[in-house]
Design a protein around this ligand. Structure first.
Ligand code: 5RP
Length: 262
């Protein structure tokens, strides 16, 4: 999932439906994902979407979302448990499993114990675990003090990689987290340049890549977006270069990746 050639990763997040339902632009996951898969180092999905919507012909490594239990209809999204067995994750031939933790919420303890339990199960099978520092509907929580705490807790409990949000003073978050960090994109930003800045800055400040969804597939030109992001992550492209790659690829529907995933 993290490419040895660069030490970095472009993870494509498409696991929103497990609590958000048919999210805008991801109503038909197969249709949206197929053109993007050649450019993703990993795709994050639930087992339901993996079975129904990702053809076995694809060799993109799978990051399997295994936590759930709440929906957007509930005010508090933190009431999650482990929803998928480690045996099924192995049977599905996934590369890693992912689970949310909700630090500072009513179900903080439950979500942290879920993480410890998932790591215990993973150790029996050699299965890496990603912890996701979820904030539910409280997007304003995304500051360095909170995220540094949540990411450190995740690493201490045994997560092999942590997904969090980019924030001001992100270096503080990265410095306190002794395992690889990737950043989510969050709700769609106003411009492509905002997204490229987020990715560029996160990498400069210690992230090893992105696990990004809506700012790729809710864009009108998702293939151009992922190609531009890929260039920042793997080719050290600047924001200006990413803008040029996006402009050059706006008419692309899907073609061979510019960077080999092998
Ligand atoms: C959904 C998730 C998403 O994978 C994560 O938020 C990344 O997606 P986005 O870039 O759209 O925020 O954890 O539960």
């Amino acid at each position: 999932m993290i490419k040895p050639s660069t030490g970095r990763s472009v993870m494509l997040a498409a696991d929103h439906g497990y609590f958000m339902g048919p999210t805008h632009k991801l109503e038909n996951p197969r249709k949206m994902l197929e053109p993007l898969l050649p450019y993703a180092d990993t795709v994050a999905v639930t087992r339901g979407i993996l079975r129904s919507s990702i053809d076995p012909k694809w060799d993109t490594p799978i990051l399997l979302r295994v936590s759930g239990g709440a929906s957007v209809l509930k005010e508090d999204l933190s009431d999650e448990e482990i929803t998928t067995s480690m045996e099924d994750a192995v049977r599905l031939n996934v590369s890693a499993v992912a689970l949310s933790i909700f630090v500072g919420t009513p179900h903080e303890k439950q979500s942290l114990i879920n993480l410890g339990e998932l790591v215990n199960q993973g150790e029996d099978f050699g299965m890496p675990v990603m912890a996701i520092t979820a904030v539910g509907k409280e997007l304003e929580k995304r500051d360095a003090k909170y995220l540094a705490l949540a990411c450190r807790l995740a690493a201490e409990l045994g997560a092999h990689v942590v997904k969090t949000y980019y924030c001001e003073n992100f270096r503080k978050v990265a410095d306190g987290t002794p395992v690889p960090l990737v950043v989510a994109g969050g709700p769609k930003l106003n411009t492509e340049t905002d997204v490229f800045n987020l990715v560029y800055n996160a990498l400069q400040e210690g992230a090893v890549g992105v696990d990004m969804g809506r700012n790729i597939w809710q864009n009108e030109k998702p293939v151009a977006m992922i190609k531009a992001i890929r260039a920042i992550v793997h080719e050290k492209a600047t924001v200006k270069e990413a803008q040029n790659i996006f402009a050059e690829n706006k008419s692309t529907v899907g073609e061979k990746p510019s960077v080999d995933r092998a």
